[in-house]
Design a binder for this molecule. Structure first.
Ligand SMILES: [Zn+2]
Length: 424
């Protein structure tokens, strides 16, 4: 049954070429102490059920249907969860195992009481009263949403069929509601904007724009100095001052992360908006599943840096989902030689291990072109992106097509799983 639904979905997606994009809307819940106890019990039971499934089944098993056949009755009886919640706990184990396998996680899976999955049978949203109704352990419970106009605007008139109840580190409860958007079909075009990601300049485009990473670097240095001072204080001083230092350290790391995300949002929004108005596609280097490819090709220093860096990972994620939502075609190109080749004459330095590139500068000894190295890279990326539309050029690059976006539970990040998540 499940398989056929998936096949049908897959078929519809590829046939219609209309992209389904899942957006997650995070809504804070108004929870009184009485209710918190009930939620807490549900979270714990759900996590225990997941843990039980994980520990009492073949660790290699990741198939929902097979796992359900094996475990459903036992779990249902042992944990007294509702039928739907039991199924979700089994699915959660399968999906976490898959993620763990594809990302080569070494750590053993554990399930902590921080979230529960819901679907249309166990969850509903009332957009008139702004209330969600959730199946908790004993009964269905109505909980008020504490949300602003932004969330209301998106939720109004949209159909949501799944959600995740979560508990945050600060002890507050949220419901992450998933919404299906039908994104416009990406426009076919012969214009391609190439984007080169780097350190000095976060992004440089083939049309000559660039976003400096100066702000980020200086902010990061500022934070790292603060952290060093705090670290010193946290090991000395009185007990209470040590505790205060630890709190401050935590807050700082949050601030730094939010600043980084803000910058990434700004750049990607601007890029996608420009591409959409110019009716152009965007090309970036394909850094997906690099770890799986390492046997075939040695990774360059740049590839290693970009793929191990959370900020760049986030950048690519944001860019991908904004492209999908705005009908901008995103093209991934092979990163080999994009920074070494001269975009004017397509020459590479003849001596192995040498390059015309020198830091931020590029000087081609063959045709004499001199200029910004990232701009040269972006030009090459754009040129490679253009070959996508030409026959025989597909070995150079692959297009992110609608069929790559298989709707799954959880957030947008999980959905775009082509990207390899760097270890945090
Ligand atoms: Zn040249």
């Amino acid at each position: 049954m499940l398989i056929s639904v998936y096949l049908l979905l897959f078929h519809l997606l590829t046939y219609n070429k209309a992209m389904k994009q899942i957006t997650t809307i995070s809504c804070k819940l108004k929870v009184k102490p009485e209710l918190a106890k009930e939620i807490e019990k549900t979270l714990v039971k759900y996590a225990n059920a997941c843990q039980f499934v994980h520990e009492n089944s073949d660790k290699k098993l990741t198939n929902n249907v097979a796992m359900q056949a094996l475990m459903y009755d036992t779990v249902r009886e042992k944990f007294q969860l509702s039928a739907q919640t039991t199924i979700h706990s089994i699915r959660r184990v399968c999906s976490n195992r898959k993620t763990s396998i594809t990302n080569h996680f070494k750590k053993e899976l554990t399930f902590s009481p921080t979230s529960v999955d819901y679907d249309s049978r166990t969850f509903s949203l009332d957009t008139k009263k702004w209330i969600v109704s959730l199946k908790l352990l004993s009964k269905r419970t109505k909980i008020e949403l504490l949300i602003g106009n932004y969330q209301r605007g998106i939720l109004k008139g949209s159909k949501s069929k799944s959600a995740v109840l979560t508990k945050r580190k600060d002890g507050s409860y949220y419901i992450n509601i998933h919404i299906n958007n039908i994104a416009p079909e990406p426009t076919d075009t012969d214009k391609v904007i190439g984007i080169d990601l780097g350190r000095t300049d976060i992004a440089t485009t083939s049309s000559g724009e660039s976003w400096s990473g100066k702000d980020i670097t200086s902010k990061r240095n500022h934070y790292s100095r603060m952290r060093a001072v705090l670290q010193q204080k946290a090991t000395k001083g009185t007990r209470s001052s040590r505790r205060r230092c630890r709190q401050l350290q935590k807050r700082l790391s949050g601030q730094e992360r939010r600043f980084q995300k803000h910058i990434n949002h700004e750049i990607t929004t601007s890029l996608v908006r420009k591409a959409a108005t110019k009716k152009a596609a965007i090309a970036i280097e394909d850094l997906t599943n690099i770890r799986a490819r390492t046997n075939q090709q040695r990774r360059t220093k740049k590839e290693r840096r970009l793929s191990n860096n959370w900020a760049f990972y986030q950048f690519r994620m944001l860019l991908t989902y904004k492209c999908v939502l705005n009908g901008v075609k995103l093209i991934l190109v092979n990163p080999a030689y994009t920074s070494q080749t001269c975009h004017k004459c397509l020459h590479i330095h003849p001596t192995k291990g040498k390059s015309y590139r020198n830091g931020k500068n590029y000087h081609c000894n063959h045709c004499g072109w001199t200029g910004d190295a990232d701009y040269n890279g972006a030009k090459n990326i754009a040129a490679l992106g253009l070959t996508v539309n030409q026959p025989g050029g597909s070995w150079l690059s692959c297009e992110v097509s609608s069929s790559d976006f298989v709707p799954r539970q959880l957030t947008i990040w999980d959905m775009l799983e082509g990207y390899e998540k760097p270890a945090s």
